[in-house]
Design a protein around this ligand. Structure first.
Ligand SMILES: Nc1nc2c(c(=O)[nH]1)N[C@H]1C(S)=C(S)[C@@H](COP(=O)(O)O)O[C@H]1N2
Ligand SMILES: [Mo]
Length: 420
């Protein structure tokens, strides 16, 4: 990570993405200018199940490769062998679609106090799309790979690095064979270049970083990627073993070849020192009302509070809504599509009285884990979860506290409806 190109390319890329997406996304701050990032423009994105491409956030570290679909190949290496053209990926295997809630592991990083480095996301780095492509299991089965015992799949991006590091991420082969796809379509359209054209890995329910864009190599290995395990120059393990690990200030995470549990929350609860960011932690966001304008209740005095909730590989068991800043809670109703790896819609009929109210939502998963209230201070790593706090961590990863995502809503007087 020593040498870095001038940052002009970052700004040009961001400008082009903002132009292509229209009003749906906006820039998010990255002081060091290392990332190309845009996030959903507002809360409305979180009032809908499907996120239009225009509103889907973008996050990556390097420049977008200039890919030609006719010449792009994906090499199969390690315990698998071969080369796949895009034509082969499209035509020689079944076509499927999966729903996936993509959440940047740094979503909520901007809510850490003191601040941590890198992109200061609020809640805007999450989105749900339908991804079209080829099951990883179909490709690997053809190469004789059917058993996942202790094996890992490492996906490598073809993005030119800023420094020496290769963008390589490992996931357990069991997950890869279960529901992952090599995606070439997004919401029924060709995959846009900033989302990984011509082909990316989709890992349903797992943090964005695992969903390698511009995939050029898939390596079947008996461990996660560690330094020197790939057949190529450069630094191999930065993205797996250093970045995207959850740890207190000043800790250099230990390199693991494998882990006992990949469930991110189980790792946080003590399963693994310096957890890896794999499946997403339980989280919710209210999308409507968005707090931007005064709300007029329906004739029966109610206002629909609507939002989305997700829980990675686990399912959302329930969502509670508070309309009094957390004093009291009521169960919301889950509705709409229910796909593994994608968020659920929730709604709550709020008997809204005039005035300004603080609305909060908190979700629980089917393992009984509930979103913590706040993010702890830097010193409370070990007992944060017991105190209903998410542990402040140096990289600002995996935060799912509900208080920072609340919305202040003003309700119009019943006698004095606001006409807009
Ligand atoms: N090759 C490559 N893949 C990548 C990245 C990257 O920098 N290079 N960024 C990752 C991160 S951190 C995120 S959050 C997701 C974002 O995917 P999106 O831009 O399609 O929303 O892409 C992931 N895949
Ligand atoms: Mo990310």
């Amino acid at each position: 990570m020593a040498t870095e190109k001038p940052r002009k390319s970052r700004h040009e890329e961001i400008a082009a993405i903002l132009e292509a997406k229209g009003d749906g996304v906006r820039e998010t701050r990255d002081d060091a200018d290392k990332y190309t990032v845009v996030g959903a423009a507002g809360r409305e994105t979180f009032a809908n199940w499907l996120t239009p491409i225009e509103e889907h956030f973008v996050c990556h570290r390097n420049d977008i490769p200039n890919a030609d679909e006719d010449t792009w190949t994906v090499s199969l290496t390690g315990d698998a062998e071969g080369t796949l053209s895009m034509e082969a990926i499209r035509d020689e295997f079944p076509t499927v679609a999966v729903a996936h809630t993509m959440e940047c592991a740094g979503n909520g990083r901007g809510q850490h106090r003191p601040q941590t480095g890198s992109v200061q996301w609020g809640f805007e780095a999450a989105a749900t799309a339908f991804w079209t492509g080829t099951p990883v299991s179909s490709v690997l089965r053809e190469r004789g790979i059917t058993s996942a015992d202790g094996e890992w799949l490492t996906a490598i991006g073809g993005d030119p690095s800023d420094g020496e590091d290769v963008f390589a991420r490992s996931i357990p082969l069991s997950k890869a064979l279960d529901d992952c796809i090599l995606a070439y379509g997004m919401n029924g359209r060709p995959l846009p270049r900033e989302h990984g054209f011509p082909v990316r890995l989709i890992v349903p329910g797992w943090y964005g970083v695992n969903n390698v864009k511009w995939v050029e190599e898939l390596r079947v290995m008996d461990s996660m990627v560690t330094e020197g395990t790939l057949d190529r120059p450069g630094e191999h393990s930065f993205w797996q073993q250093e970045a995207y690990r959850i740890h207190p200030r000043g800790v250099e995470p230990e390199v693991h070849e494998t882990v006992e549990t990949v469930d991110t929350w189980a790792q946080l609860e003590g399963g693994v020192e310096s957890p890896y960011t794999f499946d997403t932690t339980v989280m919710s966001v209210i999308g409507s009302p968005d707090g931007e304008s005064t709300v007029t209740p329906r004739s029966d005095g109610t206002v629909e509070v609507r939002g989305v909730a997700w829980a990675g590989d686990d399912s959302v068991a329930g969502v509670e809504v508070s309309t009094d800043g957390g004093e009291s809670w009521r169960d919301a109703e889950l509705f709409g599509p229910d796909y593994a790896g994608a968020w659920r819609l929730f709604r709550y009929e709020w008997a809204a009285e005039s005035g300004t109210h603080e609305l909060l939502s908190r979700a629980s998963d089917d393992r009984g884990r509930r979103q913590p209230a706040t993010i702890s201070g830097p010193e409370s790593w070990h007992d944060a979860l017991e105190h209903d706090e998410f542990p402040w961590n140096e990289g600002g990863y995996a935060a799912n506290a509900y208080r920072p995502n609340g919305v202040d809503v003003t309700v119009a007087d019943a006698e004095d409806p606001v006409v807009e």
